[in-house]
Design a protein around this ligand. Structure first.
Ligand code: SF4
Ligand code: SF4
Length: 305
């Protein structure tokens, strides 16, 4: 509105109005600094999100993700050109300058054994800085934390038995460190780009989601309220008692260990790779990658529970 009124005031054009327009423009665009830190993970969630098609990752990072809302990805160790101190200083500078206003995105679980010594990122005075320490430094000042992928949300594969590094998901680590910041879990192995972009847009437009919009595991209900089984393309086969007994056979894959009945995600309607295909349509049972307890609670993956 301020931008519109300033622009209207420019008729007839006069140089005296330029500073006013500039200030109004600056006010009109809300800026959101982002720190995206990768902990104990395979980077698959970063790769998945970078592959977003609508909008493209270029639009997400360089343009206004929503009219009047501009993200500033100030730290992402894989995407940024800087390395070493230059990069980690950027993370610390963002946290210092934008206290209470930056979004902290965590990918991967956090090793906690022996003060977190099994997972380190960067050095200070010749000593490694643990991922646990980065959580201690960056989590308290964040406006919100987005735990991207199942490892960050619940521990996932990084915390699978015997879990020698005692890795944990973000919420467990925050509890351990007595840090109280809102966390939204965006699980998946990897996280679907739409789930990530949609959650970011939701936070920018309406703020931190109230409890009623999240399920018991901290996931946005718009993506995770229903099970894969609810909307599966093979439900008819299940109802008719037609089961696949080997991979590639047409039929419900329950006998091949499908975890769709207790896995919450909208994969059947959203699909993957921009709507090209998804697990069950490619004759692979759902392995329950969005659920707490994955993979241990679902193993063996290809046997009926
Ligand atoms: S294939 Fe899996 S998700 Fe689909 S109907 Fe069978 S058990 Fe349910
Ligand atoms: S169908 Fe199941 S295993 Fe595949 S992506 Fe969706 S939740 Fe994960």
């Amino acid at each position: 509105m301020r931008w519109a009124s300033a622009a209207t005031a420019l008729t007839p054009f006069h140089e005296a109005f330029l500073p006013r327009l500039g200030a109004a423009l600056a006010d009109a665009v809300k800026e959101y600094p982002i720190i995206w830190m990768q902990h104990s993970a395979c980077s698959g969630c970063s790769v998945s999100v970078i592959n977003t098609i609508h909008p493209s990752i270029k639009n997400v990072i360089l343009d206004q993700i929503l009219p009047g809302h501009q993200l500033f990805l100030n730290y992402h160790s894989t995407l940024m050109a800087a390395a070493g101190h230059l990069s980690t200083d950027a993370a610390m500078e963002t946290a210092r300058k934008h206290k209470g206003k930056y979004v902290f995105i965590v990918e991967g679980a956090i090793p906690t054994r022996d003060g977190g010594i099994d997972g380190t990122l960067g050095e200070e005075d010749g000593k490694p800085v643990t991922m646990l320490e980065w959580m201690r430094r960056l989590a308290p000042g964040a406006m919100a934390i987005l735990a991207v992928g199942t490892c960050a949300a619940y521990g996932g594969i990084s915390a699978a038995a015997p879990n020698p590094t005692e890795s944990k998901g973000v919420r467990d680590v925050l509890r351990m460190l007595s840090i109280n910041v809102p966390v939204i879990n965006i699980p998946g192995c990897p996280c679907h780009p739409d789930w990530f972009i949609g959650t970011v847009a939701r936070v920018l437009l309406y703020g931190i989601p109230p409890a009623k919009d999240l399920d018991e595991h901290g996931r946005l209900k718009i993506y995770f309220a229903k099970t894969v089984h609810n909307r599966c393309i093979f439900r008819d086969y299940l109802d008719d008692g037609v089961f696949a007994s080997k991979f590639g056979e047409v039929g419900c894959m329950m006998e091949l260990g499908c975890k769709g009945p207790f896995t919450h995600a909208d994969c059947p309607i959203r699909q993957w790779n921009s709507g090209v295909n998804w697990c069950i349509n490619a004759s692979a049972p759902c392995i329950g990658c969005t659920e707490p307890g994955f993979p241990d609670a679902h193993s063996p993956l290809y046997q009926r529970r």
